[in-house]
Design a protein around this ligand. Structure first.
Ligand SMILES: O=C(O)CCC(=O)C(=O)O
Length: 277
């Protein structure tokens, strides 16, 4: 995989990744072992807070616990997002139809099995279970984004050794790519399990590792307010060493967000949970 394309968040003095990115070398890399993290200058700005739900009727009586993992791009964990009941429903729903996961081929656009992703997955539409519909509604209320145009949720089970190599959730290269993958303004991952060892979701360009926490949600914006892809959002799922990792991913598309997240022709303006900066 190519080296870093450009660094838009040059506001911070960040450590450079100590190893080249290589989806086949994830077992050995620093990010998966949790031995590197963002510098103190970045960490000291991160906050934990309760989302202000005063003006969100659907969430008004709830506590939404947000922990910032990074500012630009804005990467946040929502603790205690899913109930035990929802977790059990999603696992039970997915299990009979789990199949080897596939990735989009950049040349043909077809879904194909790939050595970059070793896991089993299934899809669920909001209409197929009221629990999923409610989860989507909560994600929409928390993010302020329209989820009616989002993709179906992808339920994934990684066994021991399962992983997902570093990738972007949306197209980065505009030129010379015959297949334009769907643009995904943002990604939400629900963790349905803890993992005894391994299995972190890592963002190697910014040294962020998020360890799976049963019931938590992980959210970030892939796009800047200009519509350009934030190259620092390259991420992957580290190999599971002990245990099983379950996630449910919702990829959120730009269509429908026109009046919710306004476009700005400013390369340094980032989408964030709440008000943009
Ligand atoms: O397994 C993970 O932690 C990452 C999953 C992921 O990158 C994705 O579903 O796009």
């Amino acid at each position: 995989m190519a080296g870093k394309l450009m660094n838009l968040s040059n506001e911070y003095e960040e450590e450079e990744p100590s190893q080249p990115l290589n989806p086949n070398n994830m077992l050995n890399n620093d990010w998966c072992r949790g031995v590197i993290r963002p510098p103190e200058s970045v960490r000291s700005q991160l906050k934990c807070f309760h989302l202000n739900t005063t003006f969100i009727p659907f969430l008004r009586l709830t506590r939404i616990k947000v922990e910032e993992m990074y500012k630009r791009p804005h990467i946040v964990v929502i603790h205690e997002f899913l109930s035990e009941f929802e977790i059990q429903i999603l696992k039970a729903w997915a299990t009979p139809g789990l199949e080897r996961t596939q990735v989009v081929n950049d040349t043909t656009g077809a879904y194909i099995p790939s050595k970059d992703r070793l896991a089993f997955g299934n899809w669920i539409k909001d209409e197929q279970h009221s629990a999923m519909a409610t989860i989507s509604r909560r994600i929409s209320a928390i993010t302020g984004l329209d989820l009616s145009t989002a993709e179906d949720a992808n339920i994934i089970r990684y066994g021991v050794g399962g992983y997902y190599g570093h990738h972007y959730d949306t197209d980065v290269y505009v030129v010379d790519n015959p297949v334009i993958k769907p643009k995904r303004i943002a990604t939400w991952i629900n963790y349905l399990s803890d993992v005894e060892a391994g299995g972190a979701t890592v963002f190697p360009y910014i040294n962020v590792a998020v360890w799976p926490e049963k019931g938590a949600g992980l959210f970030w914006y892939n796009m800047l307010t200009s519509g350009l892809i934030d190259v620092n959002t390259i991420h992957g799922g580290c190999p599971v060493l002990v245990g099983t990792k379950w996630i449910v991913t919702k990829w959120i598309r730009p269509t429908g967000q026109e009046f919710r997240k306004l476009c700005e022709n400013n390369l340094l303006s980032y989408n964030v949970l709440g008000i943009n900066s």
